[in-house]
Design a protein around this ligand. Structure first.
Ligand code: NAD
Length: 294
């Protein structure tokens, strides 16, 4: 099977390496950043243009920032889709607006190209060790054919419905994560203002109903004042913009999403866009005049 992968950033690079490690040796790669491509060529991939990827590959994958980049790379004037063979498949692993996923799939269908939207959760560490969680939208038979390929990068690969369902699931994931981080920051701030050590609050409640993967991962970062990304505030703003846009399109109420988005936007405006999203705590620290855990 000849595979193309475009977008070799924080996530795409280790994912491409895991495809090679699993024994898929015909991997054609591209990225705007040449040093990313060089690293993959050293690992056994072939550097290729959009045209070469489209003409050669049975399946083309992307791991790009957002909908505009995916549309440009695939559907632009010299986009990959204009060179792809009838019967080939496109798998977009970027986190984009599900409305855009459906638009891209409809255009590709006219060329007899099937599409899966297959965003991931897990971040760079899980991209490196090949244990990402994939949320996939698309036809069942296409999913069945390419599940093994996704499993070279992920520990969990779940089909959530037709095209767009993968990115809808990712938006749900991003709403829950942002609101959960915010709740932890708000609760720790309350505890500290009331004279109780947030570290002890964390230890006391993490095994109960309020405990969560988010609290375990982000609570200690807040208490230590560690804002090293992880997952950046600016990327979370992008995801929640997509969530708000999708919600407005389908008529879903999202008041919690819009209010946490305002906090993220405030952080962006105050030079924290490149911080980890656990830096939502900084908003509460600024308002309350404390430093959580310190
Ligand atoms: P990144 O910015 O590190 O990588 C994006 C790559 O795309 C860059 O290398 C860039 O050069 C390349 N690129 C951009 N436009 C291009 C174009 N026109 N042609 C070719 N290459 C192009 O981003 P990332 O962190 O790898 O994230 C990629 C996607 O994965 C995003 O949608 C993000 O939301 C999602 N995601 C990220 C994480 C994370 O923790 N970083 C976790 C889950 C999902």
């Amino acid at each position: 099977m000849k595979i193309g992968l475009i977008g070799l950033g924080i996530m795409g690079k280790p994912m491409a390496k895991n495809i090679l490690k699993a024994g898929y040796s015909s991997l054609f790669v591209s990225d705007l950043n040449k040093s990313n491509v060089d690293e993959l060529v050293a690992a056994g991939a072939t550097s290729a243009t959009n045209k070469e990827i489209g003409e050669n590959c049975d399946v083309v994958m992307t791991m790009l920032p957002n909908s505009p980049q995916v549309k440009e790379v695939m559907l632009g004037e010299t986009g990959v889709a204009s060179y792809m063979k009838s019967g080939s498949v496109f798998i977009d692993m970027s986190s984009i607006n599900p409305v855009a996923s459906k638009e891209i799939a409809a255009i590709l269908a006219e060329k007899n190209i099937e599409m899966l939207d297959a965003p991931v959760s897990g971040g760079e560490p899980k991209a490196i060790d090949g244990t990402l969680s994939f949320m996939v939208g698309g036809k069942q038979d296409v999913f069945n054919t390419y599940k093994a390929l996704l499993e070279t990068m992920g520990a969990s690969v779940v089909r959530c419905g037709e095209v767009g369902a993968g990115n809808t699931t990712k938006l749900a994931n991003q709403i829950i994560v942002a609101c959960n981080i915010r709740a932890v920051a708000e609760a720790f701030t309350l505890a500290q203002k009331a004279g109780v050590d947030p570290q002890l609050v964390f230890e006391a409640i993490r095994g109960g109903l309020a405990g969560s993967t988010v609290m375990d991962a982000k609570g200690p970062m807040m208490i230590a004042g560690n804002a090293q990304p992880g997952f950046k505030i600016d990327l979370h703003i992008k995801d929640l913009n997509n969530a708000l846009d999708c919600a407005h399109t389908v008529g879903a109420p999202v008041p919690m999403t819009s209010s946490v988005q305002e906090i993220l936007q405030w952080l962006h405006n105050n030079d924290c866009g490149q911080n980890d999203h656990s830096a939502i705590a900084k908003y509460y620290e600024k308002l309350s005049g404390i430093e959580i855990g310190r």
